[in-house]
Ligand binder design. Structure first.
Ligand code: BGP
Length: 470
């Protein structure tokens, strides 16, 4: 592909359909699993929803104008499956196609290379009630939906992601239980979800390549790195299980075209099994991605398991909770707590040098042709002054450190060619609704969705200018 011909580096920011579009029931959009969950269930932990959110559906031009004025040259967003195919399978909704045509064309007009994800957690409800991703049929439904998108947008979109964070998504759905349908500590479903998601991804990649679309396609993975606490006794075991659990079930099919050798052993030791077919090996082999998208926020810091009961620790309440993020898997491994590393209000480590170590490790272990950092950023509580301006110095401080490490890895040969700040504007956070802010642009959700670029927005513009001039 010639995506990178005249652009030395992609500098942009990202969003996802459910988190920013709103217009949840407009222009024949189908019902989504998250729509249903946030309307009907009292399991919705933050008691708000994405019905309106940042209203990207109607205000997309305003947002894209601001991103272009920030000197960004690319924009990451996702397509809502249920806008294109309201029931997940079958009839195509032309109004959905038209909406994304408008967005894509306007991005191109403003000099922003569109980077499009096909699945960013918002499953059509009609497929959720058929078992969601536990149902193998979804792998074919997804491939058909992907084909519709390739045929409609493939003449203009050059960067595609099949699935956003299959690993973390499966973790939240099946282990933490904070994404619908809130299964808790269900390791069987955790592994099967990831397997089916990777199979679906491979099927879509095959179609993309068969159609000979001029562009690149791959998955977006979360974090990608496991580090072992040096006091660990059984380093080999913790690494074997930890790396499979966090990375290899995704990265091996995505980049090497096959499931990892240790799959059977590890999954058996978890007292689980995978439902699969012989033919899958061929599908994986033919469905390798062209690049790796990496969402980099933190690392997985692990040590020996103990005989204490299996438990997950996840902070769903920010400063209203003291929980430190992690997991304890009986006799397998557990998250280690490093007292020297600072944490954010959600109990997650703030350690920018993992940008460097993760990139180096992935380049060395899998040797991808290309890596894009598809997400990185800082979530926090924020207040604006009377003019709506947010002085987000913390975001600037952390991001500049992350970027320092990104450029260091690049200078040492890591094939990283793009960075997308998460997020472009404030939007719906899966765990804390509108209290947890990530945007470069402030959205006043209480006052007509007024938009005000934050301090970080101007900082990012200067950073990009300096990069291209120096
Ligand atoms: C990633 C997701 C994004 C985004 C981000 C921040 O896992 O791909 O959609 O939400 O994390 O997460 P949160 O909003 O839960 O803080």
């Amino acid at each position: 592909s010639e995506v990178f011909k005249d652009k030395d580096f992609l500098w942009g920011s990202g969003t996802a359909a459910y988190q920013c579009e709103g217009a949840w029931d407009q222009e024949k959009k189908g019902l989504g699993e998250w729509d249903y969950f946030n309307h009907k269930s009292n399991l919705n932990i933050n008691h708000v929803n994405g019905d309106v959110s940042a209203d990207f559906f109607h205000k997309y031009k305003e947002y894209i104008d601001l991103l272009a004025a920030d000197h960004q040259n690319t924009f990451r967003f996702s397509i809502a499956w249920d806008r294109i195919i309201p029931n997940g399978v079958g009839e195509v909704n032309q109004e959905g196609i038209e909406f994304y045509n408008r967005v894509i064309n306007y991005c191109i007009e403003k000099g922003l290379e569109p980077n499009v994800s096909l699945f960013h957690y918002d499953l059509p409800y009609e497929l959720a009630i058929q078992g969601g991703w536990l149902n193998r049929k979804l792998t074919d439904y997804f491939a058909s939906y992907a084909e519709v998108c390739f045929k409609n947008f493939g003449d203009r979109v050059k960067i595609w992601c099949t699935i956003n964070e299959p690993r973390y998504y499966s973790y939240c759905v099946n282990i933490v239980g904070n994404y619908p349908p809130n299964r808790k500590l269900d390791f069987q479903s955790y592994f099967q979800y990831q397997y089916n998601l990777m199979l679906a991804s491979a099927k879509a990649v095959r179609i993309f390549h068969d159609l000979k679309i001029d562009g690149i396609i791959g998955i977006v993975h979360d974090n990608g790195n496991v580090e072992i606490d040096p006091t660990t006794k059984n380093i080999k075991k913790v690494h074997l299980f930890g790396d499979f659990f966090y990375n290899r079930q995704i990265l091996c099919p995505a980049l090497l075209g096959k499931m990892p050798e240790e799959t059977e052993k590890v999954i058996n030791d978890f007292n689980c099994m995978l439902y699969k077919k012989e033919i899958d090996q061929k599908i994986f082999a033919e469905g390798k991605g062209d690049y790796l998208g990496l969402n980099l926020y933190n690392r997985q810091y692990l040590t020996d398991g103990t005989d204490k009961e299996t438990k997950v620790f996840h902070n769903n309440k920010g400063c209203k909770s003291k929980i430190t993020e992690g997991i304890r898997i009986k006799n397998v491994f557990e998250t280690s707590f490093d007292p020297n590393v600072k944490r954010n209000k959600w109990g997650r480590e703030e350690l920018p040098r993992v940008m460097y170590t993760a990139l180096k490790e992935i380049q060395q272990s899998y040797n991808p042709n290309l890596i894009l950092i598809t997400e990185n950023g800082h979530g926090g509580y924020e207040t604006a002054d009377s003019k709506g301006f947010v002085k987000d110095d913390k975001r600037i401080e952390l991001t500049s450190k992350f970027l320092h490490y990104l450029l260091k890895a690049k200078s040492e040969g890591v094939k990283v060619h793009g960075y997308y700040h998460w997020s472009a504007m404030d939007l719906y956070s899966w765990i804390n609704g509108y209290d947890k802010r990530y945007g470069l642009i402030r959205v006043d959700f209480k006052n007509n969705l007024a938009l005000t670029p934050k301090k970080s927005y101007y900082w990012y513009r200067d950073f990009i200018d300096q990069y291209f001039s120096g």
